[in-house]
Design a protein around this ligand. Structure first.
Ligand code: CA
Length: 619
């Protein structure tokens, strides 16, 4: 297997073209960190919608672009060459205005991408990875999913290719909207919003012209089931595409806020945010606090500037709202990816984000790297947890994901608690947990940086130039980002070929042979189901080690000696066969006993049985 995967690795490395580097490039930031000549105005509480009008001087008149009455916010555009600077200084003198912000420019957080592949090509590359069992895992794992109430994951991004094979049957459908009748049937403020919304063009067609959002959405689905089955299994989650980034992956704070409110108000439970940038925005901060109060989970990319965000925050991941998970990118060796932002105080967890294979434009597939790709892995795991516990709050989901993470020493001083996502443990813990509907009250207290910002607004001192200067600082910082990763972690690119639970098992199989050792064996009594030679048998596991298991089956397997045997292990008392292991049938006893040897040791397996409170006795 080692040689085969090495060869595969080489083939893939040779075939991958590094394209799109600097696609979203710092230049977008550097030249303009906000939309010149636009502002977001927040009015003081208690004002009626009709009195939400800014007082303007004679002469140059700003133009109202959009009004968000429920937020007490409006977006204005300057006229006759009016700058953001001039608009802000004028508006800050209006007693009805609580604050004014530039409309910051935000960007997708992808570093680089590969060429695109057809599904057939991908399956050709992947043949060395023993994928045939993967879809069995998908079916086994999710047979109790309530199809009428699948968790909705909002993809706040560049849109999603709506017709893509990997997406089309998983699209969220607005139950209150009748397609193409020109009427806002459900009265949510959006006409014919059947599958989501396009906030860039303000229409009901959130299709992707960049590829980023499609890739992100594919990762979310690929976390829950095998993305390359033909046909795909019935989806176990729903994708709500909310397009606010344009064909270059750029968007604005005003549109991000609208997308967040749409997601919350239309039933999304998990919000995926693979984007960032701009300066501190109280308006965006308030939108995320709103998503917290609505008990959703807000998963956000920590960014790709190899920067310590404890001291140089990147928003929205750095907003300290209790439902935000800031995600860094790790390699398949559990190191921090070279491009990933970090911060032991404020990047909460790492997840694989190097050369992840997922859906791309034109019904094809590609590999991409970035914290953009690590983020939807966390979102997908969260959605699987919601399948187990539909009433769990985003706050509780977050706590379980963080508590269930693996601790990786190589992430020390980089990621809070040295955490790396452990999807299987997160889902199992959620399933066993008692749902707690309560959550702490959250009030926005601006940090010291933010206070400095706020005071510069409040004083009107220098007529708001403080904000503009800070925005420039962000721009110059973004210009220092490092180059792309080396492509060293190619194996991770296959993560999305298979459901993540099986993938996490498989990666254990490829450990360095030098790490092999003799394993402690334990006596145990655990139900299992085995597949071998086209037959299925009930079984009991009576001994385990990291190197293999001893089983007693309900019939003789003597015809199958030496064959590959697949073992599904029941989580005690649940009837759910949540672990899949594969090995060689190495011996058989006289009473239907069978020995199964794993190709490589699976250390977490024994730990997991121990966590399940199965009695393990050393033998
Ligand atoms: Ca509507």
């Amino acid at each position: 297997m080692g040689k085969r995967s090495d060869r595969l690795w080489d083939v893939m490395r040779a075939s991958v073209l590094l394209v799109g580097i600097g696609l979203f490039s710092a230049q977008g930031f550097a030249s303009q960190a906000f939309v010149e000549g636009e502002v977001i105005v927040k009015f003081r509480p208690g004002l009626s919608a009709s009195s939400m009008k800014v007082r303007q001087k004679a002469g140059k008149r700003m133009k109202l672009q959009k009004s968000f009455n429920s937020l007490k916010m409006q977006q204005y555009k300057g006229q006759d060459g009016q700058s953001t600077h001039e608009m802000m200084s004028e508006l800050l003198s209006d007693p009805n205005v609580e604050y004014v912000e530039p409309n910051y420019i935000l960007s997708k957080t992808e570093v680089e991408g590969s060429q695109a592949y057809t599904k057939t090509e991908v399956l050709g590359f992947a043949s060395g990875f023993g994928l045939t069992a993967a879809d069995i895992m998908g079916e086994e794992g999710w047979d109790e999913v309530d199809q009428a109430n699948l968790p909705v994951v909002a993809i706040i991004d560049t849109g999603v290719e709506l017709s893509h094979d990997a997406i089309v049957d998983a699209l969220w459908e607005n139950p209150g909207e009748i397609a193409n009748n020109g009427i806002d049937d459900d009265g949510n403020g959006f006409v014919d919003d059947v599958n989501g919304w396009n906030f860039v063009s303000n229409n009901n067609y959130p299709n992707d012209c960049d590829g980023h959002g499609t890739h992100v959405a594919g990762i979310v689905r690929g976390t829950t089931q095998y993305l390359f089955a033909d046909p795909l299994d019935t989806p176990v989650i729903k994708i709500m595409p909310l397009k606010f980034l344009d064909c270059n992956g750029l968007g604005t704070t005003a549109d991000a806020i609208k997308a967040i409110y749409y997601a919350v108000q239309n039933g999304a439970k998990v919000l995926n945010n693979s984007w960032g940038g701009g300066n501190y925005s109280q308006a965006l901060h308030e939108a995320i606090a709103y998503s917290y109060n609505a008990k959703t989970l807000f998963v956000a990319a920590s960014g790709n500037y190899s920067t310590n965000v404890d001291s140089s925050p990147l928003y929205p991941a750095s907003y300290p709202v209790p439902n935000v998970i800031s995600v860094g990118a790790s390699t398949d060796n559990d190191y921090l990816a070279s491009f990933s932002n970090y911060g032991s105080g404020s990047v909460h967890i790492a997840a694989p984000g190097v050369w992840v294979l997922s859906a791309y434009l034109n019904n094809e597939y590609s590999q991409m790297s970035g914290t953009s790709m690590a983020t939807p892995l966390v979102a997908g795991v969260a959605a699987m947890m919601v399948n187990e516990q539909p009433n769990m709050t985003g706050y509780q989901l977050r706590n379980i994901i963080l508590q269930s993470a693996d601790v990786e020493g190589d992430l020390n001083n980089k990621i809070q608690g040295n955490r790396r996502l452990n999807s299987m443990s997160s889902v199992a813990t959620a399933k066993a947990a008692t749902v707690d509907p309560s959550q702490p009250k959250y009030v926005i207290y601006p940090s010291s940086d933010d206070r400095e910002l706020a005071s510069s607004i409040a004083s009107g001192g220098g007529s708001g130039c403080g904000i503009i200067k800070l925005a420039s600082d962000v721009a110059s910082r973004s210009g220092t980002r490092r180059g792309p990763p080396t492509g060293k972690s190619m194996a991770i690119g296959f993560a999305l070929l298979i459901p993540i639970l099986l993938w996490m098992y498989m990666r254990q199989r490829y450990v360095d042979p030098q790490k092999r050792r003799q394993h402690q064996r334990y006596g145990v009594d655990s139900k299992a189901r085995v597949y071998v030679g086209g037959e299925v048998h009930e079984a009991v596991i009576y001994s385990v080690s990291a190197g293999g298991v001893g089983l007693k089956t309900d019939a003789s397997l003597s015809d199958h000696a030496g064959k590959t045997i697949t073992v599904f292990v029941e989580q005690p008392g649940t009837g759910d066969y949540t672990i899949q292991l594969e090995g060689e049938m190495v011996w058989k006893g006289s009473h239907h006993e069978v020995g199964v040897r794993f190709e490589k040791p699976v250390n977490w397996f024994v730990e997991l049985l121990d966590n399940w409170d199965l009695e393990l006795n050393k033998i």
